[in-house]
Design a protein around this ligand. Structure first.
Ligand code: FAQ
Length: 312
């Protein structure tokens, strides 16, 4: 065996031992290409989701029903931009280039969460996105605070604290609407009917059709399977829906007394595939808007780069 090959064996063994001991991999550490590329794939998709995810709620900023609601929504949407920035920074520690990631998003070579391809039709959607979509994001992301890659795990700690505030603001808005007029209650129920099933799809395909899960869990990037987290989310959401006074649109939802978990109906995976394949209700609109934002604001990057070069 050559000296270089021997070094590779040592490095791989050290990496494996670090993962097995539950310790963190840091940017300066050696890591296998598959680990690096798998992380860039997931972190980039996550960052893109935060940035594209500003759009459905951002659509309501100019139509918020009061100054208070507008201030809350503005803060929430800005937080999502911040999450995108932490995540792009985490991807950069792996050698990814931020502008290249944005190009890949706009050219549809990298994915973002399916959930943001649905329209937000009324102000109740702002509350339901906070409750159900941020709720699903928290459920998925709290375990990522223990992810094996240090910069990703640390970014998740702050993101989860903020998502938790977002979830509560959504629930508080819905509680206010449910205490209002019959029309307001109907708006909330309609929004729940439209967002419930897509929010279950946020956790990804079922375990027997999830190509990345096994390796990702072996490397300690993901800590739970897609179906485990989806079940945890359903169990968490049903009592919240009861307290709010809305009906989740699934006649098969029922508590299994033996397991203590809620059984739920079949998810429309054909719809999921259509949406991640680019055929959802708002895919074209979301990407067009992101492309326009990049093009219209290119001068800011040019000016900042020129300034930095001049003063280097
Ligand atoms: N949408 O083998 P798996 C948020 C793709 S942030 C689109 O199971 P994996 C905050 C997957 O990438 C929401 N694509 O993949 C907010 C893979 O494609 P690839 C985003 C999906 O990675 C709230 C293929 O399917 N959160 O909401 C989806 O092991 C409100 C096969 O799937 C994260 O990204 C989907 N739903 O598990 C912002 C969390 N599901 O790359 C604004 C971090 C799967 O092989 C407002 N990510 N795919 O071509 C994760 O935990 C994982 O990446 C999963 C997928 C669970 C999303």
């Amino acid at each position: 065996m050559t000296a270089a090959a021997l070094d590779d064996v040592d490095l791989q063994a050290h990496f494996d031992a670090t993962i097995a001991a539950g310790h963190r991999i840091e940017p300066r550490d050696w890591m296998p290409d598959g680990y690096r590329n798998g992380l860039i794939r997931q972190i980039a998709q996550h960052a893109h989701s935060e940035i594209i995810g500003m759009q459905p709620e951002g659509d309501w900023l100019l139509a918020a029903p009061s100054l208070r609601r507008k201030a809350i929504l503005l803060a929430k949407v800005q937080d999502e931009a911040g999450h995108g920035m932490y995540l792009y920074s985490a991807a950069e520690t792996l050698g990814a280039d931020r502008a290249d990631l944005t190009d890949k998003l706009i050219e549809r070579r990298q994915k973002y969460s399916s959930i943001f391809n649905y329209p937000s039709l009324t102000y109740a959607d702002v509350g339901v996105i906070g409750w159900l979509v941020d709720g699903a994001a928290i459920c998925n992301q709290v375990p990522l605070c223990r992810s094996s890659y240090g910069p990703y795990a640390r970014a998740m700690i702050r993101v989860c604290k903020e998502e938790s505030f977002h979830q509560r603001q959504g629930y508080e808005l819905l509680m206010a609407m449910m205490g209002g007029t019959p029309e307001q209650r109907a708006m909330v129920q309609d929004a729940v009917d439209r967002w419930w099933w897509p929010s279950l799809m946020m956790f990804g395909p079922p375990d027997d059709d999830s190509p990345n899960s096994a390796q990702s869990m072996a490397w300690g990037i993901k800590r739970h399977t897609n179906d485990e987290l989806r079940q945890r989310y359903v169990d968490m959401s049903v009592p919240q829906a009861d307290f709010l006074g809305v009906t989740l649109p699934d006649p098969e939802l029922s508590l299994d007394p033996e397991t203590g978990h809620y059984r739920f109906g079949a998810i429309d995976w054909a719809e999921f595939k259509r949406v991640i394949g680019g055929q959802g209700p708002c895919n074209d609109e979301r990407i067009a808007r992101r492309r326009a934002a990049r093009d219209e604001n290119a001068w800011v990057i040019d000016a900042a780069t020129a300034y930095a070069e001049k003063h280097a």
